[in-house]
Write a protein that binds this ligand. Sequence first.
Ligand code: F6P
Length: 361
Amino acid sequence: MTPTIQAIGIANGGGDCPGLNAVIRGAVRGAILGHGWGVVGIRDGFDGLIWPERTLPLTVESIAGVLPRGGTILGTSSRGNPFHHTIEEGSPQVTNDDSMTCRRNMEKLGVNALIVIGGDGTLTIARDLGRMGIPIVGVPKTIDNDLSATEVTFGFDTALHVATDAIDRLHTTAESHGRVMVIEVMGRDAGWIALHSGIAGGADVILIPEIPFTIETVCERLRERAATGKRFSLVVVAEGVKLPPTDPFGKPFPKPRPGQVGILIGDAIHESLKQDVRITVLGHIQRGGSPSPFDRILATRFGVEAVELAARGNFGRMVCLRAGEIESVPLDDAVGEVRLVDPKGSMVRTARAVGITFGDQ
Ligand code: F6P
C-alpha cells in the first residue's frame, strides 16, 4: 500500500560530489512547495538513521544559498552500512545489523519515505532497505560517471572541467620547459574522466583501465612527437589503469597505492626517454568546489523527480537521465553493473582519429 506522506528523509552516502546540495535543495523545495511535506535531513550517510539525534529539519529557509556550494550540507560517510554497522570506538570492534533500528527511527522521526543519493555502494544499501519494505527512491551520484542505468551522473561535468583546466595549465608550462607532463585523474575502475578531459585538453597519450598499454608504446609515441620538433607532451592517466607486469627494463611494477600509478608511469617514462618528466596527481580537487551549471541543473532535476516518484508511490526506483529526459529504473537494475568505456566506441575512435594514443598500438 502506498504510504501517506507527511515527511520524507533525505540521506547521501559515499564520497561527496559537486551537485549534492543542488539535489537536496531540489528535493526540499519540491517536497515543501509542491506537496506541503516536512523534510528531515539525515546526517553522515545512514548513521543519522541509527542515531536520530544526527538529523535536522530542512526547510526552504534553511537550504537557502546551497545551490552553488560544493560538498554536502548533510555530511557523508564512505563506510556506514546499516546492515554491517561497525562501532569503531574502543576494542574489540563490534559489527551489528542495524537495519531494523533505521526502520524504527524513521517511524520515531515521522518520516514516511526516504530519498537516498549515492553511488553504487550506497544505492545497493538503499535497494536492500527497500526490500525490507522501506519506501525508498534513489538518486545516482558520482564524478566517475560509471553507473550503467543513467547516461550521466551529476558531478562528472564539474570533475571534467577541473581536470581539463589542469591539463590546459600543464600544457603551457610543459611547452615552456620542453617537458613530459603526466597527470593522474580520478575515475576508480572507469576511464571516463581521463578520456573526456584528455580529448578536451588535447592530450597526446591517454591511459585508461579499459585499454591495456605498454610503456614502450607510450614512449614510442613521445619519441615520434619529439622527432617532429614537439619538445613537450601531455600524458593523462586514469587512476584505475592496469599497469603492465614490468617496466621496459624488465623490472616488475609494484602494486600501486592510491595516487601512485601516475608516479610509477612517469618514472618509467623518464627512465626510458631520459627526458624531463613532471607528475601531477590531481586527487580530490576534482571533487571539491562549486558544481558546474550542467551539474546544478541535472542535480536539481533529479531531486525534483525523486520527490515526484515518491508522491506517485513509485518506490524502489532510481531516477536517471535517458536521451535528455529524466526517467527512472528499478533499483534492482541500477546497481551492480559498472559502465566502462567501450574501447571500440566512438569516443575512443575520435581520440585516435586526432592522433591520441592509448599506449596499445
Ligand atoms: O568515486 C569517486 C571517487 O572520487 C573516485 O574517483 C576515487 O577513486 C574515490 O572516490 C576516492 O575515494 P576517497 O575519497 O575515499 O579517497
